[in-house]
Design a protein. Structure first.
Length: 221
């Protein structure tokens, strides 16, 4: 009887072992898949974070460069600070329009305008720019980041140059000797490292002002 009962008991035991092994394998497989999925999600988050930082840094660098370019070009046409701001927005939007190409990422950044990018003209004539652009950087795995911040301080003193250029232009209208006026202006503004050049073109005085501290900015009038 003992031998007759041993066979069913052994069969039940073997079935129990097989079921336990299958359950353990399924649990291990599920746990491994969950672990792999978690690692993939963490990698996706890191990729999104790094890419967002790169895009934000590139836009801020572009903003700084475009401010300098806009100051130079506006200065050459005797334009005011509103023209500088308009040029900067146009140049920055041209870069945004080019877009970004990343594998496994989709990137969208809104254009800048008067509402999301502000300019602050400082007492010394330099400028600070602050803004926040709606943006979405999304990984195919689902991780995403939203928005990029713009923050730039440019020391080039465009507004100061514009002001003294206008003053020099007014002085030239009553000056009998442009060379003497040029020497006087350079002496008076030497402490600010501003250099004046006055040229007579068919009886009209053209005034150029260079900022020796900053970029080669020229304001003509």
């Amino acid at each position: 009887m003992d031998q007759e009962g041993a066979a069913p008991t052994l069969a039940v035991f073997l079935l129990f072992v097989l079921l336990c092994s299958a359950a353990a394998f399924t649990s291990f497989q599920t746990g491994h898949q969950r672990q792999v999925s978690t690692i993939q999600q963490l990698i996706a988050v890191d990729v999104v974070r790094a890419s967002t930082s790169t895009i934000e840094g590139e836009l801020n660098q572009t903003l700084s460069i475009t401010i300098g370019a806009a100051m130079y070009e506006a200065g050459g046409h005797a334009e005011n600070k509103e023209n500088v701001e308009q040029r900067v927005r146009e140049y920055l939007n041209e870069r945004i329009a080019l877009g970004w190409s990343y594998s496994n990422l989709t990137v969208s950044v809104e254009n800048c305008n008067e509402n999301n990018l502000k300019f602050y003209w400082l007492p010394d004539g330099s400028i600070a720019a602050r803004g926040y652009l709606a943006a979405k950087i999304q990984h195919v795995g689902g991780a995403a980041a939203n928005g990029v911040r713009l923050s730039v301080d440019v020391t080039w003193r465009y507004e100061r140059l514009h002001t003294v250029a206008l003053l020099a232009s007014e002085m030239s209208k009553t000056a009998g000797d442009f060379e003497a006026l040029e020497r006087e202006l350079n002496d008076n503004y030497a402490c600010e490292r501003l250099v004046f050049t006055l040229e007579n073109h068919d009886g009209r005085c053209w005034v150029s002002v260079r900022d020796m501290f900053g970029a080669k900015i020229i304001v003509n009038k």
